[in-house]
Design a protein around this ligand. Structure first.
Ligand code: G4P
Length: 534
């Protein structure tokens, strides 16, 4: 290898090693938005808290991204945020929550190397978190945990750890431990640093300089705790005996989560979490393809599309495909191979996401996300390379949990409706099922908003007006089997439950969980899968 090649290889390795790509998983209202804002504050991407989102007014406040959003006329900007922290370059991928919860939320989790789980410490593990954790299990993604809202009266911290361990089946390694909570929240003891970091309320809008008491035995702790210090020391002794120590290998395997306590609103403890992310979370990982594993350090560019965002504004029909770079380097105006279409495409104007920097960055590396403008030729799961015919795996469809029958206002347009729905399903906006027994078209989604998006896009892009009707389907499973006879049998015995999805895969539509369970028992040779690969 000549010297130039060696130098460029070194640059590539250094760029990759410093990247941390993560997403936040949480139940609505646990504090994801608030912690995102504080993370950006620590990353220097915003100067003052309160600029990301004014939730009550339902409006985005003006921020640098907002302007970018306006400039580009498409809402891509809060989807990925890149900023430096502690020598690393962090990519935070937004996971749509609340009413915009959708399959994109799940799929975003397939494009990260680690996740931050935010838990409301007054409530504990909630339902949405359980679901999202299931998705992270598909790739055994390493999880960091932030126990939020310690400035409120929280549940017994030991009980919280037990709940995480029992319900989510992951071992907890406390990194910090709260000293009091609610009005009496005084800070945390950092077990690894053997330091007490003191909390002062009312400073959440900025990065605070905290007072630090070194050592658990420090008499300063007695002053701080006004008589309660010895009991706290005992509590820590007990904790050390009863909990797990941090173990890097177990963390990387997704079996153990480091836990920090704090308050996102008070911007306290967020830095402890970020320090852990930089120190422990993995740099961009190798990714499986159908033919081989691609290492992040390989020089040729590769990447896959995990999300397609359509603009809800009918004036802009542009869509952006979000591509996770898996190896190599993206440069502006680069020619890439669109593997599924077998075509070369020049990527002139990919969007990159350096928060606070409005200039279009010129390059991106493994672990980064770039946005490709898409006029309908890109689908979820598409792979882009510099020529090699690869197909990344692990970017699945997820079994929907909400179903509607879709009906046309104008019955003559059924061809357009089918075409529109199949295209929208290929793009990942929604899933479509055609029962084998009748001519229904059933739309399946993970989040309610997906239904509205589909009707609106059918109208603007395909000129069909459609409405929904409720239908008695509660869940779907993709059917596979090594034994073709077993598939024939289930088709014959349960024809009313069989449908074909947007990619012609065989599915089972179950009216109830009990029905699903019975079908599984009756057809042991058939696999009922909750995900389907693209
Ligand atoms: P989400 O994105 O996960 O849905 O949660 P978000 O950050 O919007 O937080 C939900 C509510 O919880 C917000 O209050 C927020 O201020 C509050 N919150 C977040 N972190 C903390 C914390 O550490 N301590 C306390 N006490 N509250 C916290 P809201 O009244 O619903 O909205 P807002 O008007 O305050 O934004």
């Amino acid at each position: 290898m000549n010297q130039v090649a060696v130098a460029s290889d070194r640059k590539l390795s250094a760029e990759i090693a410093k990247r941390r790509t993560f997403a936040i998983i949480s139940h609505p209202d646990a504090g994801k938005t608030t912690i995102t804002e504080k993370v950006l504050l620590h990353g220097g991407a915003i100067q003052k808290a309160g600029t990301v989102k004014g939730k009550k007014s339902g409006q985005f406040a003006r921020s640098d991204w907002m302007q970018m959003e306006k400039d580009r006329g498409i809402s891509v900007t809060t989807s990925v945020m890149q900023f430096p922290y502690g020598g690393a370059l962090v990519n935070l991928l937004d996971t749509p929550g609340h009413e915009d919860f959708s399959e994109d939320t799940y799929r975003t989790l397939t494009a990260v190397d680690s996740c931050l789980m935010v838990i409301d410490s007054a409530k504990g593990v909630e339902e949405r978190t359980i679901k999202l954790m299931e998705v992270t299990r598909l790739r055994d993604t390493p999880i960091l945990t932030f126990m939020n809202k310690c400035d409120r009266d929280i549940r017994d911290p030991m009980e919280l750890l037990d709940e995480v361990e029992d319900v989510l089946n992951i071992r907890c390694a406390p990194i910090s431990w709260p000293i009091g909570s609610g009005k009496g929240f005084k800070g945390v003891y950092h077990l690894l640093r053997d330091e007490i970091i003191c909390y002062k309320s009312g400073l959440g809008h900025a990065v605070q300089e905290s007072r630090i008491i070194k050592g658990l035995d420090n008499p300063e702790l007695d002053k701080l705790m006004d008589g309660g210090a010895d009991a706290f020391r005992e509590e820590i002794e007990l904790l050390k005996g009863a909990s797990h120590e941090f173990d890097q290998a177990a963390f990387l395997a997704g079996e153990l989560t480091p836990v920090v306590f704090g308050t996102a609103l008070g911007n306290f403890g967020v830095d402890h979490m970020l320090d852990g992310l930089v120190k422990w979370a993995p740099a961009p990982q190798a990714r499986a393809t159908e033919s081989r594993t691609v290492e992040a350090s390989e020089t040729p560019f590769t990447g896959f599309v995990f999300k397609i965002q359509a603009n809800m504004d009918p004036m802009h029909r542009d869509r952006v495909a979000f591509l996770r770079v898996c190896s190599g380097r993206y440069e502006q105006s680069m020619k890439l191979h669109h593997v599924r279409l077998g075509k070369e495409v020049r990527i002139a104007d990919a969007v990159t996401f350096m928060a606070g920097d409005r200039e279009r960055a010129e390059e991106a590396f493994a672990g980064d996300i770039i946005g490709l403008h898409n006029h309908g030729t890109i689908q979820i799961g598409d792979t882009f390379t510099e020529g090699e015919k690869l197909k990344f795996t692990g970017i699945p469809n997820f079994a929907p949990e909400l179903f509607r029958r879709i009906l046309l206002r104008d019955p003559l347009k059924s061809k357009q409706l089918q075409k529109g729905l199949i295209q929208l399903s290929e793009e990942g906006a929604v899933q479509v099922f055609r029962p084998t027994k009748n001519n229904d078209l059933i739309v399946g989604a993970v989040g309610m908003l997906q239904f509205d998006v589909v009707v609106s896009r059918l109208k603007t892009e395909y000129k069909v007006e459609a409405v929904y009707e409720s239908i008695s389907v509660s869940t779907a499973r993709w059917l596979t089997s090594d034994d073709p006879k077993a598939l024939e049998e289930i088709k014959r015995k349960a024809p009313e439950n069989i449908a074909i999805d947007g990619s012609d895969s065989l599915t089972y539509l179950a009216p109830t969980r009990v029905n699903l369970q019975l079908a599984q028992e009756r057809h042991p040779k058939v696999e009922f899968r909750t995900t389907r690969e693209h």
